[in-house]
Write a protein that binds this ligand. Structure first.
Ligand code: DON
Length: 304
């Protein structure tokens, strides 16, 4: 497949579309980004890397980190995970509180904020130094030892994180958070503040397109069944209340973040990451979705 030509063509098409999105500003530090950045990176199953635009500039991965923490906990505790968090799409926005009361503090899935906070709680229970463990793991997956947390972004979110504070306290009132809310939030804000480039991100998700095997070390991190389930979660829940539309238009498992990143996984073919900070009304990158829709349409290939 002539991926470079395809990326070049798509980039040139998408950049001409009027971008009606808006940069996330509820985390003040994120609002400082150059709104016109636009990068794409695709890594194929032989680890060939194809890039276009600002693919080598770092950005805040935000909610994309939820896939990584969930996979760590899933690999560690297996199906016990589903007693703490569900695996159904929520049909609600990423930071919604509304379902939790009726559902006794069990979040619908690990990718909405409520679910990711329960996963953060589990990270504190299952790893001695969870911040270091997560960073080392991400450095391994990306093959980049320079990946880091952005302390300014983490502190900026903490200063205005009233909704996440409400979520974690509400879930704790049902007994589904074991640690102190402060500690859970601190870990969660740090995981969201991880920065990487489109190339790093596409490499990071290769484990999900490669049957749970980390390509560089050939280590089987997730069983084939667990890898299938991670991709299923991304397909059903990766774009919150736009997950249906993403499946309808793109047809790949994927995950978005409010930093403007989107990553998608085509099992046994490629991973692709797009970064463009302006978000649509559902909190997903406007150009990111335009790009990926064109990618699966123009290659005539998707999981469907
Ligand atoms: O908790 C938050 O609101 C952010 N740290 C992450 C949200 C996010 O990325 C939603 N994704 N589209």
């Amino acid at each position: 497949m002539a991926y470079q030509d395809i990326l070049d063509g798509i980039y040139n098409e998408v950049i001409q579309i009027e971008n009606t999105g808006k940069v996330a500003d509820y985390i003040p530090e994120l609002a400082k980004v150059d709104a016109n950045k636009f990068g794409i990176a695709l890594v194929d199953k032989h680890q060939n890397v194809f890039t276009k635009g600002d693919a080598l500039e770092k950005f805040s991965i935000q909610s994309i980190s939820k896939v990584i923490t969930t996979s760590l906990i899933f690999s560690k505790i297996g199906n016990d995970l589903w007693e703490r968090v569900g695996y159904e799409p929520s049909g609600n926005s990423f930071n919604s509180l509304v379902q939790l009361e009726n559902e006794n503090g069990i979040p619908r899935n690990p990718f909405i904020n409520a679910g990711a906070l329960v996963i953060a709680d589990l990270m504190l229970d299952h790893f001695e130094n969870p911040k270091k463990f997560l960073l080392d793991f991400v450095r391994d997956l990306t093959e980049n030892p320079n990946i880091n947390y952005n302390e300014n972004v983490a502190q900026s979110e903490k200063a205005f994180g009233y909704r996440n504070a409400a979520l974690v306290n509400f879930i704790k009132s049902f007994g589904n958070i074991k640690n102190e809310p402060e500690a859970v939030l601190d870990f969660y804000y740090h995981q969201c503040s991880i920065e990487m480039t489109c190339v790093d991100l596409a490499k990071c998700f290769q484990v999900f397109s490669n049957n749970g095997v980390i390509p560089k070390s050939d280590k089987k991190f997730l069983s084939t069944s667990k890898c299938k389930r991670m991709n299923a979660l991304m397909q059903m829940c990766g774009f919150y209340d736009q997950a249906g539309e993403f499946t309808f238009k793109v047809g790949l498992p994927g995950k978005s973040g409010v930093g403007g990143g989107v990553v998608a996984v085509f099992p046994n073919h490629y991973t692709v990451a797009v970064w463009s900070p302006k978000l649509n009304k559902k909190g997903n990158s406007f150009y990111g979705l335009e790009t990926l829709e064109r990618l699966t349409t123009e290659t005539s290939l998707s999981i469907f």
